[in-house]
Ligand binder design. Structure first.
Ligand SMILES: C[S@@+](CC[C@H](N)C(=O)[O-])C[C@H]1O[C@@H](n2cnc3c(N)ncnc32)[C@H](O)[C@@H]1O
Length: 189
């Protein structure tokens, strides 16, 4: 595994309930997710955001969870089963350079891209891939950890997203993260 990728055992720390005190998934993502939606969770790890997303999309919705590391995906699947959410979650082990979601072009209603862009080798490739799979008018939330990603580095990520065709809709204020809400516009400029 490349050095910049979060080690699999860190996945257990990322799902600690304590994290919800400063990063509450339902509060953060609730405003953007509706029942019945198809949501993509990029770099889902063990599902800190995926399980709450599955509750938000409801029984007619779907959460497509992709991660590079099979151990993250295996634990996510176990947790989804225990939570009774396995029918709403589709998990995929992707590669470092592709989310392997080519079959979902224009199908995604919302993407959660939380603390993963800095681990991806080429963020411009990631943004282009996300642009392809989001439907027109769909939104995505990109957040990066303020602890080790500078404001200038985050600005580069946002510029790459704009370069791929996304428009900035809002700058949500999150504790410990830089964040941007992006939209795939109906009339690309
Ligand atoms: C810091 S963790 C964040 C996990 C989760 N989004 C969260 O906030 O709890 C980053 C995750 O992204 C995954 N990852 C790293 N590079 C990736 C890539 N190129 N494609 C997909 N996932 C990747 C890692 O395996 C890890 O599970």
């Amino acid at each position: 595994m490349a050095e910049h990728v979060c080690p699999w055992w860190m996945g257990y720390l990322l799902i600690l309930p304590l994290r919800r005190l400063y990063e509450n998934p339902t509060r953060i993502l609730g405003p953007f997710v509706e029942p019945g939606m198809t949501v993509l969770d990029v770099g889902c790890a063990m599902g800190f955001f995926s399980l709450p997303l599955a509750r938000l999309t409801g029984e007619n919705g779907r959460v497509v969870c992709v991660d590079l590391q099979p151990r993250m995906i295996r634990t996510l699947e176990r947790r989804a089963k225990r939570a009774g959410l396995v029918d709403r979650i589709e998990s995929r082990v992707c590669t470092e350079t592709s989310l392997t979601v080519e079959d979902m072009t224009g199908e995604i209603d919302f993407a959660c891209v939380f603390h993963v862009v800095h681990e991806v080798p080429d963020a411009s490739v990631l943004m282009a891939e996300l642009y392809e799979v989001l439907r027109t008018g769909a939104r995505m939330l990109v957040a990066e950890p303020a602890g080790h990603i500078s404001v200038a580095e985050f600005a580069v990520t946002v510029a790459l997203a704009e370069g791929a065709g996304f428009e900035i809709e809002a700058r949500p204020v999150l504790k410990r993260s830089h964040a941007v809400l992006l939209c795939k516009p109906s009339n690309p400029g």
